[in-house]
Ligand binder design. Structure first.
Ligand code: CDP
Length: 206
């Protein structure tokens, strides 16, 4: 069975998905890392991030590959581990433009659908566009402030700047960030990480 965990930026999807996947004994799959990898490669090649054809040429020339490790997903391009470079502010601020390109979305979706199942899939549109047949769907939310405070521990910027960037990314990601009709929505604001993991596990079909 596939479980999907979608949600807004920095809502805790990766950590929650890792915990849920561990409890279920399956891998988790972080779709956002592939959008981040496409963005990084575009930035490094100096392409216009809105130029779908140029980006797809980069992606097809040396395709990044997602490795859904239980200890944390990684993205490889040949022998190069792209993962440490995927969470810079430069990638954060370019990724939504790349993710808006239908050709890039189709490329990411094909990578995800080719992975061996079952797994927990996290992102924005896992329960709607990519795995609509999933056996259980969740959608995580939290206020921008709560999310910015969480991310402040992972970024060098001030919390106000992080919050503004998250709100802008939410706005640019609106189209692909609609909860599935059959998703269980969890406000993670007042919950610990374990609390959210427990809420997801409690919401799984028996
Ligand atoms: O962890 P965070 O929410 O900050 O980001 P992420 O899940 O790594 O996603 C990075 C970006 O990829 C998002 O801001 C979206 O632009 C895009 N994305 C998407 O469009 N669809 C997905 N399924 C996952 C990510």
């Amino acid at each position: 069975m596939i479980v999907t965990i979608d949600g807004v930026a920095a809502s805790g999807k990766s950590s929650v998905s890792a915990g849920v996947a561990q409890a279920l004994g399956v891998p988790y799959v972080s779709s956002g890392l592939l959008y981040r990898a496409a963005t990084l490669l575009g930035l490094e090649a100096g392409t216009d991030l809105g130029d779908a054809r140029a980006l797809l040429t980069c992606l097809e020339a040396a395709p990044p590959r997602l490795e859904p490790l239980a200890s944390g997903n990684r993205v490889w391009q040949g022998g190069r581990d792209l993962t440490p470079d995927l969470h810079s502010s430069r990638v954060d601020s370019g990724v939504s433009v790349v993710a808006a390109l239908p050709g890039v979305r189709a490329w990411v979706d094909a990578q995800l659908r080719a992975l061996p199942q079952p797994f927990v899939a996290e992102g924005r549109d896992m329960g709607t566009a990519v795995f609509p047949q999933a056996g259980a769907k969740f959608y995580l939310t939290a206020s921008p402030r709560v999310r910015a405070e969480r991310r402040a521990s992972e970024r060098p910027e001030e919390v106000d700047a992080i919050e503004a960037a998250l709100v802008e990314r939410d706005r640019l990601d609106t189209l692909q960030s609609v909860p599935a009709e059959d998703a269980q929505v969890i406000d993670t604001g007042g919950l610990s990480l374990q609390g959210v993991i427990d809420a997801v596990l409690a919401g799984l079909p028996r």
